[in-house]
Each structure stands twice: as structure tokens, then as C-alpha cells.
Design a protein around this ligand. Structure first.
Ligand code: BG6
Length: 505
């Protein structure tokens, strides 16, 4: 593992939800695992006035509440705490950014952080431009490396993504820009590459000849919560599909990269997005379904419905559920559908990829069977219960020929007996060591938008509004129809047991 060089991490949006729940706890875990450099400083930057000590206390509370390993180790926390500072400022004020740079210079002198800066924009998208411009004015003066991490959304369509890229590239080289998609930091998502490319058994069958279809489900049991204002502008397609789900799809579908480096890996993902068949706006009703949750209850949480959520504008037609059927028009995947679905207030919190293989060419057992012998599935569970499950057919012991679908399971928890690290731990570490492999490249974001834009346009023009669905269900009925009209169905690991196929000899 490369070792991290001395640096200061600046978090814009120092007291925000992401900083408290994910970033600061991740810093603590990294310190605990000795992944942070000896000379490390954390600088919070936000609009509210606060002393260094008050910010330290806020960070300590966040770690006590949200760190993955509890109780927290006072020695580890002490090492971080004494290197925390806070700067109050407006995001677009050059004078305030000047104050920040002064603080950073002082930290370089006191703590030995060597002019290396990692700027983390954990702020709403409307602050990106002022922050980037101010940082740009001061760039190149620190005497060390400078990198910038930005959180999605990377624009809200292709045009705004290009504008954002142009703004970033005005001041920073692409090698300094780290667009974060936290799904790429999840252990199982990285395991997808290992599984595909460290094993020789998959490659020969990983194509349209043997794979019947792929389905990707990312379901959540909560609603839009306090983010109604943001969500109304976004919706499930922009919030989840354009980034997280497309990344999962790209890792399943891409060609083996020539090397395990950022350029080779990201080149292959871009090719996948470019090969996705773009829908014409008039095709969206045939290939997509959108839904909006109504009043009800899911997994013990009650809701008055999306329309009643805080900060949601009246009459918002934003989708809280989306299902798509896509094709990747290249040699490997020609004619193989990829079904994607995601939504809020669904029955389970689950992220899962199912690769369903074609049935055997001869129906040897089928002749004596009343119901079909199930085809094989490879189920990659991203969360929870991270792991991989093979569904194969086996003979049930006994005189008659009963076939049952059985599962060969690899579960992280039981196999390695460790809790996988949080995605942000891995990603912040990679940014400190300058490895961009698990970050989205500018052209990659644009290529993903090129698939999304016509769908958004089609929805805007469609006479069919998002369909209501009750919380605790798997979305509107049309989402089931989308796949069932092709003679398939949505599957998942915890689903109802596949029936035992009874055969008479
Ligand atoms: C975020 C979305 O990127 O991912 C949220 O903005 C969503 O709406 C979250 O809830 C899901 O992430 P995870 O890691 O909980 O699956």
C-alpha cells in the first residue's frame, strides 16, 4: 500500500451532515488504522462563526456518534484533535479564502504539512463555482500538491456537467480533480473487479452468449428526509442512477482494462457509457418507469407521502423511484438487457446485482418436470451482508428426482471475519495518495449524462406523470411489468425461495 504524504485536509461545509456522519468519522478510522500521515491537519471551513475548540468538540461528538468502531480510542482521537482548526468564511469571498490560506501556511510551519492540500467540497452544488474560483486564485502557491474532491451532483445534465468540467479545468488539471462516488469505495464494488479479473472462469461466459440479462437493484427504506429541496431538483434518476447505479453497471459490463490504473480503468468505463443505446424521448414510456411514494409506512417508518415532505414544492413531479431497461450495444452485450431499479421507501435497504445466465440448451430434466428448472444466477450483494452468491441447481436427496435451486455463498463477514471499512475511508486515503482509479473522470460524467439526458427530456414531455406507489412496496406495478413482459422477473437473494422442482421418474 502506498504511504500517505503529509497534508492538510480542508472540508468546505465543515458542519454539514456529510462531514459529521461520514467524513470526520472516516478520518478517525483512518488514524486508527494508521493510514493517515504523521503530519496531518484537518481544517473546517464554513459560514458560521466558531472557535477552533468549538469545532474540535463538534468533531469529537460526530466521531462518538458515527464512527464505525466504538467506543472511540482517546489516544487516537487525541492525535487528530490537536491538529484541527476552523476558519469561518463565505464560500465566494476571496478575502476569507485568503484567511484560509494564511491558516494553512501557519499549519505548514507548525505541523509540517509541506504545503500539500486536499480540498473537500462537501457543500451544495450552487457553492461549487465560487469555491473553485477562489481556490483557483490561490492555486500553485502552496509549494506542495493541491487536490480537490467534489461530491455529486456533477451537473444536472450534460451541458451543466461540461460547464463544471470547464470551470475545474480553468484552474486545475484533471489529475488534481477527484469526483467522488462513494459506491466506488464500497468493498464489494471493488470486489467486482477482483471477481471478474482475478478469476479465469468468468470471462468466457461473461457475454451475451451465456448471460440472459443483468439486473441491478438499489433500494432504500427511507424517504427524502430533510433533503426535499435538493431532491425535488434531482429525483431518483439523477440522484442514484446517473452515478451509483451506472458505476455498478459499468463495472459489470466493461472490458478488462489493460492495467489496474486510473486511466485504463476509466477508459473502459467511458466506453460502456458510450455504448449504452440512447433512448429517443418518445421511447421512454416503453423502456422506463418512474414513481412517487404516497402516504404510508415502510420498515417501521411512516410518511405523509413525497408531496408532504419538507421543502418539496407543491405539485413536484419528481420521481422517487425509477426503473429502466437498457441495452449496451457492443460485441460483448449485444441484445442483453440490463434492468435497473431504485427507489425510496421500498421494503428493504439493499444494493444488489444479479447476473442471470441462460438456461441449458437441452431440457434434459424439464421433460419430467412440472415447473421450470431455474437458470443459474450470480448474485453480487453490495449491501447489506456483503458477499457473492451462486445459485446452482442440485438434486434433493431421495428416490425421486427433485431439483432445487441451491446457493453457494461467500459472505465477507464470515469469510474474513472483519467488518469492511466505510467507503469514505478508502476514498479519502486514495485522494491523499493521489490514486484516481476509484473516482469519476470528467468525460466519464459527461458520457453518463448523455444516457440520462434523453430520458429526462422524454419524461418532461411525457403525458404520463410519475406513478404513485405505496411505501413498503417495490414501486409501481409497471416496474414489474417492465421486466415481466419480457418473460423475466425481478430477483433478489432474500426473495421468496425458488420452488423445489418436482419431477417424476
Ligand atoms: C446518495 C444519495 O448519493 O446515496 C442518497 O444522494 C442516497 O439519496 C445515498 O440515500 C445512498 O447511499 P448508501 O451508501 O446508503 O446506499
Amino acid at each position: 500500500m502506498p504511504s500517505a504524504s503529509p497534508c492538510a485536509l480542508v472540508i468546505f461545509g465543515a458542519s454539514g451532515d456529510l462531514a459529521k456522519r461520514k467524513l470526520i468519522p472516516a478520518i478517525y478510522e483512518m488514524a486508527r488504522e494508521k493510514l493517515l500521515p504523521e503530519q496531518f491537519a484537518l481544517v473546517g471551513y464554513a459560514r458560521s462563526p466558531m472557535s477552533d475548540d468549538a469545532y474540535r468538540a463538534e468533531c469529537r461528538e460526530a466521531v462518538q456518534k458515527f464512527a464505525r468502531t466504538q467506543p472511540i480510542d482517546p489516544e487516537v482521537w487525541g492525535r487528530i484533535e490537536r491538529n484541527i482548526a476552523y476558519v469561518q468564511g463565505d464560500y465566494g469571498s476571496q478575502a476569507d479564502h485568503g484567511k484560509l490560506q494564511d491558516t494553512l501556511r501557519k499549519i505548514d510551519a507548525d505541523k509540517g504539512t509541506a504545503g500539500n492540500r486536499l480540498y473537500y467540497l462537501s457543500t451544495p452544488p450552487n457553492t461549487f463555482q465560487p469555491i473553485i474560483e477562489c481556490l483557483g486564485k490561490f492555486r500553485g502557491k502552496s509549494g506542495g500538491w493541491e487536490r480537490i474532491i467534489i461530491e455529486k451532483p456533477f451537473g444536472r445534465d450534460g451541458a451543466s456537467a461540461r460547464e463544471l468540467n470547464a470551470l475545474l479545468h480553468k484552474y486545475f488539471d484533471e489529475s488534481q480533480v477527484f469526483r467522488i462516488d462513494h459506491y466506488l469505495g464500497k468493498e464489494t464494488v471493488q470486489n467486482l473487479m477482483v471477481m471478474r479479473f482475478a478469476n479465469s472462469i468468468f470471462e468466457p461466459i461473461w457475454n451475451y452468449k451465456y448471460v440472459d440479462h443483468v439486473q441491478i437493484t438499489v433500494s432504500e427504506t427511507l424517504g427524502v428526509g430533510s433533503r426535499g429541496g435538493y431532491y425535488a431538483q434531482s429525483g431518483a434518476l439523477r440522484d442514484m442512477v446517473q452515478n451509483h447505479m451506472f458505476q455498478l453497471m459499468a463495472l459489470v459490463a466493461m472490458e478488462p482494462p489493460v492495467a489496474l490504473d486510473a486511466t485504463s480503468t476509466r477508459d473502459e468505463k467511458v466506453k460502456v457509457f458510450k455504448a449504452v443505446r440512447q433512448l429517443r424521448p418518445d421511447q421512454v414510456d416503453q423502456y422506463t418507469v418512474r414513481g412517487q411514494y404516497t402516504a404510508g409506512e415502510a420498515a417501521g417508518t411512516k410518511t405523509g407521502g413525497y408531496a408532504k415532505e419538507k421543502d418539496v414544492p407543491p405539485g413536484s413531479a419528481t420521481e422517487t423511484f425509477a426503473a429502466l431497461k437498457l441495452y449496451i450495444d457492443n460485441w460483448r452485450w449485444s441484445g442483453t438487457p440490463f434492468y435497473l431499479r431504485t427507489g425510496k421507501y421500498l421494503p428493504e435497504k439493499l444494493s444488489e446485482i444479479v447476473v442471470r445466465f441462460r438456461s441449458p440448451p437441452q431440457t434434459l430434466f424439464q421433460k419430467q418436470c412440472e415447473s421450470p428448472v431455474y437458470p443459474n444466477d450470480l448474485i453480487i450483494r453490495v449491501q447489506p451482508e456483503e458477499g457473492v452468491s451462486w445459485r446452482l441447481n442440485g438434486k434433493v436427496p431421495g428416490g425421486s428426482l427433485n431439483i432445487k435451486s441451491v446457493a453457494l455463498d461467500f459472505l465477507y463477514k464470515t469469510t474474513f471475519n472483519v467488518e469492511p471499512p466505510e467507503a469514505y475511508e478508502r476514498l479519502i486515503f486514495d485522494a491523499i495518495v493521489g490514486d484516481q482509479t476509484l473516482f469519476i473522470r470528467g468525460d466519464e460524467a459527461e458520457a453518463a449524462w448523455a444516457v440520462i439526458d434523453p430520458i429526462e427530456q422524454g419524461w418532461a414531455q411525457s403525458a404520463r406523470p410519475p406513478e404513485p406507489y405505496a411505501p413498503g412496496t417495490w414501486g409501481p406495478k409497471r416496474a414489474a411489468d417492465l421486466i415481466e413482459k419480457d418473460g423475466r422477473r425481478w430477483l433478489h437473494l432474500n426473495g421468496e425461495a425458488d420452488p423445489v422442482v418436482a419431477c417424476s421418474l
